[in-house]
Design a binder for this molecule. Structure first.
Ligand SMILES: Nc1nc2c(c(=O)[nH]1)N[C@H]1C(S)=C(S)[C@@H](COP(=O)(O)OP(=O)(O)OC[C@H]3O[C@@H](n4cnc5c(=O)[nH]c(N)nc54)[C@H](O)[C@@H]3O)O[C@H]1N2
Ligand SMILES: Nc1nc2c(c(=O)[nH]1)N[C@H]1C(S)=C(S)[C@@H](COP(=O)(O)OP(=O)(O)OC[C@H]3O[C@@H](n4cnc5c(=O)[nH]c(N)nc54)[C@H](O)[C@@H]3O)O[C@H]1N2
Ligand code: SF4
Ligand SMILES: [Mo]
Length: 721
């Protein structure tokens, strides 16, 4: 009988390399000298620990990192496959310059020289704000800080923003309004201590698979799990109570739940009195949201609304967690505030097993929104329009306050200004708006109107295809730095390999640009740690204080939670202990929220709700995960989820192509019939480009405060095609 192969060498000798995932140029034999590098996943905000296996300057695999407490070695399908990017044949290996006949290779000198020349010429002719900068929340804290400083000091443009504007800004704004600070209030380790876990607008099972385990651990010790979503997602299938809310109705639902808690006297008067401001106005405002009225607005049965209030009231401890399903709305901030009202009214915050948080999406979604790459923010979470904050940062950077730009346009507004011809030049790092912004035809028109566009990426994205110059930057495993995870824990990323070919580490590209713009003296960094030291010092005394952190301390403690103002400070895993909030008077704020409909509600012409989101094996715009064979195999193309009742009414069979029409345009996709969605709603995942991109038909309406687009609801007509 033949024996099984016992090594990879023997496997390849007997069967040849695996045909499906063979890299270009064939499999190299695994070299003998290997090392393991402890670092983190490059994808979502859970930032699981992983050990990358490195040999001969290449990442060739991974091992679990069992000591890292958040995931204890576990990874989801994306974390397992991420190492396949490093040697990918599509990797950009040198700068590219656009010519009449396509891109050609350029030297760094030529490429950087051109970027600097175009920045100067556009700013001289049209003013400093005519050149915009866009960053991203996959970047390390070091790069986010550096990009903000580059824009404000070397370009002196007001127009810098980032892709977190499409992601967590509604939660960030609401958290600041209610608590005075923007961070998930609890470490994930509080979830298993809660006796009721309410998950609102988050497909945890597919988007944060490793957090699912925390919810199940809570359930194993008797917690009740309540899920609010128009779709019966994997986590909803195992919930005790599922509230199938109509898209865009959460603020009414939470008013209804709070009204019921008030009626049954299940609020914490002592906590409200001692630690909050504004409850009476909220109590009066929610009174009209009776269970029946709320049912009529939200589509959730009155009995389920009452049951949700009951489960929350009965539990001695509880956690409320939400993500983009609650936040991607023109009333995203109001929706979030309506959930915070519930948490505050019942005093369920700042105690073990009691708390609240947005589940931050991108790898550095938290840190990416702290260090000054946002249009309204300076380092340390400072407010760019606050005179005291401006003075502190100006002093730190050695400029006068008047030299610091004011608040600029947000990401989507920047594209609108480009389309109007007001912004002429753009430099982007870590954002793929051609796929990720709503109403893609508008995004394309804007990109085509730019006088100059420079993009830094490691794979040629759909957006970078429109660039005049593409600078070959670095993958996460090619750089050092820190990331702040969704629970507020600052962790260390370690370089595993050098960038291949002539590609460069992102932050070195930015430093070189600053020098060529004449600011070498303000951008003297020899390593990423120099940048970290400076950003910690810049944050010191600010609302988001990293003052007491160092690489050494982070490594020793497997992460440090902010605030950590002094070297001897241990960090702060749980915020608001003892009911002390970050507003000057130490009290949290209630906010009156009255339900209002989405920007584009259903009508006779467009009678169904379209909502959009994710699948487990693809990540964001897909520029990375669509190139990873095993992940693409799991989700090669998008589809539209349709309830069988709706499909029958429309004469649509399983797998049949259907036409989705909105006021922006049309899209043809195969139908996936599933009972796990409301019959008045259809769902499309958004990770694909071109004719497969759902953002061709989504709506470009923004929340007035957070400026987030309404990705989660617009009106659509669905027909067999
Ligand atoms: N596999 C995978 N994981 C990811 C990502 C990825 O692209 N792929 N991206 C990361 C990032 S950046 C983010 S932001 C997160 C996103 O994480 P999530 O927010 O969990 O994911 P989404 O699929 O955007 O939306 C979540 C849910 O909102 C529901 N929903 C739609 N409309 C409404 C509504 O009006 N109210 C309520 N209550 N729910 C609604 C949808 O049905 C969906 O199940 O995931 C992170 N993790
Ligand atoms: N319809 C619809 N649209 C959505 C959403 C939705 O739910 N529905 N979700 C929104 C959300 S929550 C988000 S977060 C956005 C995300 O939107 P995007 O920001 O466009 O998504 P990414 O795919 O992360 O794009 C990042 C780009 O930067 C590159 N990149 C990644 N890391 C690095 C790095 O370290 N260095 C360099 N140089 N490049 C890097 C990647 O290759 C990619 O091209 O999409 C939004 N769009
Ligand atoms: S849960 Fe998030 S961080 Fe963990 S392996 Fe999956 S994508 Fe990576
Ligand atoms: Mo996101």
């Amino acid at each position: 009988m033949a024996t099984l192969p016992t090594s990879e060498d023997e496997l390849i000798a007997r069967f040849g390399p695996h045909p499906m995932y063979e890299p270009a140029g064939g499999f190299a034999r695994r070299p003998a000298a290997e090392r393991l590098v402890k670092t983190h996943c490059c994808f979502c905000g859970v930032q699981c620990g992983i050990q990358l296996k490195v040999a001969d300057g290449h990442v060739i695999g991974f091992e679990p990192w069992e000591e890292f407490p958040v995931n204890r070695g576990k990874l989801c399908s994306k974390g397992v496959a991420r190492y396949l990017q490093n040697d990918h044949p599509d990797r950009l290996l040198h700068p590219l310059r656009r010519t009449e006949s396509g891109f050609r290779r350029a030297s760094w000198d030529e490429a950087l020289g051109l970027v600097v020349e175009r920045i100067r010429s556009i700013q001289q002719r049209h003013g400093r704000d005519a050149f915009a900068v866009l960053g991203g929340a996959s970047l390390t804290n070091e790069k986010a800080y550096l990009l903000g400083k580059l824009a404000r000091i070397a370009l002196r443009t007001a127009n810098i923003d980032y892709n977190g504007r499409l992601c967590m800004v509604s939660a960030a704004a609401a958290n600041k309004m209610a608590f005075g600070v923007d961070r998930a209030a609890n470490p994930w380790s509080d979830i298993p201590l809660a006796k009721c876990v309410m998950l609102v607008g988050t497909n945890v099972g597919e988007c944060f698979p490793i957090l699912t385990d925390y919810v199940w651990r809570a359930r194993d010790t008797g917690a009740k799990v309540v899920v609010v979503d128009p779709r019966l997602t994997p986590i909803a299938r195992t919930a005790d109570l599922f509230l199938p809310v109509k898209p865009g109705r959460d603020s009414a639902l939470f008013a209804g739940i709070l009204a019921d808690l008030v009626r049954r006297g299940a609020i914490d008067r002592e906590f409200i009195h001692a630690h909050t401001v504004g409850f009476e106005a909220v109590r009066e405002a929610v009174a009209k949201y009776t269970p029946l009225h709320t049912e009529a607005l939200t589509g959730v049965p009155a009995a389920s609304i009452v049951r949700a209030a009951e489960l929350w009231a009965e539990a001695p401890t509880s956690m409320l967690l939400h993500a983009r399903g609650l936040e991607h709305h023109t009333k995203g901030v109001e929706n979030v505030l309506s959930t915070i009202n519930l948490v505050l009214a019942t005093g369920r915050i700042g105690k073990p097993g009691c708390g609240y948080g947005t589940i931050t999406g991108q790898g550095n979604g938290q840190g990416g929104r702290e260090h000054g790459q946002r249009c309204n923010q300076l380092p340390g979470g400072r407010d760019i329009e606050n005179p005291a904050h401006r003075a502190e940062v100006a002093r730190f950077w050695g400029v006068t306050e008047t030299e610091l730009p004011r608040a600029g346009l947000s990401a989507v507004e920047i594209f609108d200004a480009i389309e109007r011809g007001e912004i002429k030049g753009l430099l982007s790092l870590s954002i793929n708006p051609m796929v990720s912004l709503p109403d893609a035809a508008k995004t394309r028109r804007a990109l085509e109107r730019l006088e100059f566009f420079g993009a830094i990426d490691f794979f040629l994205s759909e957006t970078a295809r429109h660039a005049d110059v593409v600078l070959a930057g670095s993958l996460q495993e090619e750089d050092e730095g820190t990331i702040t995870t969704g629970e507020g824990r600052v962790v260390r990323l370690r370089r595993s390999v050098e960038p291949p070919g002539d590609a460069r580490v992102d932050w070195r590209i930015l430093v070189e640009l600053a020098a060529r713009l004449g600011f070498a003296d303000k951008f003297r960094y020899t390593c990423a740690e120099d940048l970290f030291r400076e950003l910690c010092a810049a944050s010191s005394g600010g609302p988001i204080d990293y003052g007491g952190m160092s690489y050494e301390k982070i490594e020793k403690n497997l992460g440090v939670f902010w605030p950590c103002p002094k070297p001897e400070h241990p960090g702060t895993p749980r915020l608001f202990e003892g009911g002390r909030f970050a507003h000057a008077d130490g009290r949290a704020r209630f906010h009156v929220v009255d339900y209002r409909p989405p920007a584009e509600d259903v009508d006779r012409d467009y009678p169904l709700f379209l909502t959009t989101g994710r699948v487990v094996s693809q990540y964001l715009s897909g520029n990375q995960t669509r190139r990873i064979g095993p992940l693409l195999d799991q989700a090669p193309e998008p589809y539209v989820e349709i309830h069988p009742q709706l499909a029958e009414a429309l004469g649509i069979a399983a797998g049949q192509m259907v036409r989705l029409a909105t006021r922006r345009g049309e899209l043809r996709l195969p139908a996936l019939l599933t009972r796990a969605i409301r019959p008045d709603t259809v769902f499309v995942p958004y990770h694909w480009a071109g004719r497969l991109s759902v953002n061709r038909i989504t709506h470009r309406a923004l929340d007035p405060i957070s400026k987030i687009p309404e990705f989660k609801v617009c009106a659509v007509r669905v027909e067999a095609s």
